[in-house]
Design a protein around this ligand. Structure first.
Ligand SMILES: C[S@@+](CC[C@H](N)C(=O)[O-])C[C@H]1O[C@@H](n2cnc3c(N)ncnc32)[C@H](O)[C@@H]1O
Length: 257
């Protein structure tokens, strides 16, 4: 089990809860019927369930789907087993095997930016007749304040990592949410989109510090690396002095058939 990933998910859950769009979540809850099965795609430790379930009628059965068995084991004690089933599945190949149409609702959080254009085409075609809530899709590059001369080269390398293959083919990364909106509208769905940006400052010290570490590691490992250590050391100092602020663009989208 990747403990760093688990700690990352725990920290990001706090920022996600603060940033998610409650209006869209409530609208999703209104259209999901009490007899529907709710599929949480790329469920991780079920943070999406923790956010949404209190808004629903609490009768729905949930299916949390993830390809990582360690992650699913970690989720088991965190969810009511009477209503939540955890299913190990590789969604890169399995999305068309999920049930579809009336009786189903689909949701995901912090997942869509991993997938490819072809995957979104399949997902939209398969799930268009059900309510869909896709939350916290990355929709841009980190914007740091104060600025640093290495921000731009680092942004370019993060973008290239975002657009690499995360198991679904070349990823659409920050463009994934807008592409899904277009596909669902093409099928006549009513789609509403809201910005759900993270605005982080020294109160989010652990998450910011994990982001700095992660960017430093990632930027060293891509082709044509920049020396991110100078950049990361400066950011750590600014964080220590409570001078650092970061905006990370995200989108939530709701689709109603
Ligand atoms: C950034 S995490 C988000 C987890 C959770 N939804 C949350 O908001 O905390 C992305 C999740 O997608 C899962 N995932 C990645 N590729 C997958 C695949 N091919 N099939 C199923 N799940 C996958 C990962 O295991 C991970 O749990």
């Amino acid at each position: 089990m990747n403990e760093t990933l688990i700690r990352w998910l725990e920290e990001r859950e706090i920022a996600d809860v603060r940033s998610r769009n409650l209006e869209l979540a409530k609208a999703f809850a209104m259209v999901v019927k009490s007899t529907d099965q709710v599929f949480d795609l790329g469920c991780g430790t079920m943070s999406n369930f923790r956010y949404l379930d209190p808004l629903l009628s609490m009768n729905q059965n949930w299916i949390g789907v993830d390809h990582d068995p360690g992650m699913l084991r970690r989720s088991e004690p965190l969810v009511p087993r009477t209503r939540v089933q955890l299913r190990e599945m590789n969604l890169a190949t399995g999305v068309r095997t999920l049930p579809q149409g009336p009786g189903c609702a689909f949701t995901a959080s912090a997942f869509l930016d991993l997938v490819s254009k072809e995957w979104i085409d399949q997902f939209a075609a398969h799930c268009k007749d059900s309510p869909i809530l896709i939350a916290m899709s990355t929709a841009g590059q980190p914007e740091w304040s104060p600025i640093h001369e290495l921000d731009e080269p680092i942004r370019l390398r993060i973008k290239s990592h975002q657009n690499s293959d995360h198991g679904f083919g070349p990823s659409l990364g920050a463009d994934a949410a807008c592409y899904l909106v277009d596909q669902l509208r093409h099928y006549g769905c009513r789609v509403i989109v809201r910005e759900t940006n993270w605005i982080l400052d020294s109160r989010d010290g652990t998450l910011l510090s994990m982001m700095i570490d992660g960017i430093e590691r990632r930027v060293q490992s891509v082709q044509d690396p920049v020396d991110a250590q100078v950049w990361a050391d400066r950011r750590r100092l600014e964080l220590l002095k409570a001078e650092l602020r970061l905006t990370v663009r995200h989108l939530d989208l709701l689709s109603i058939p």
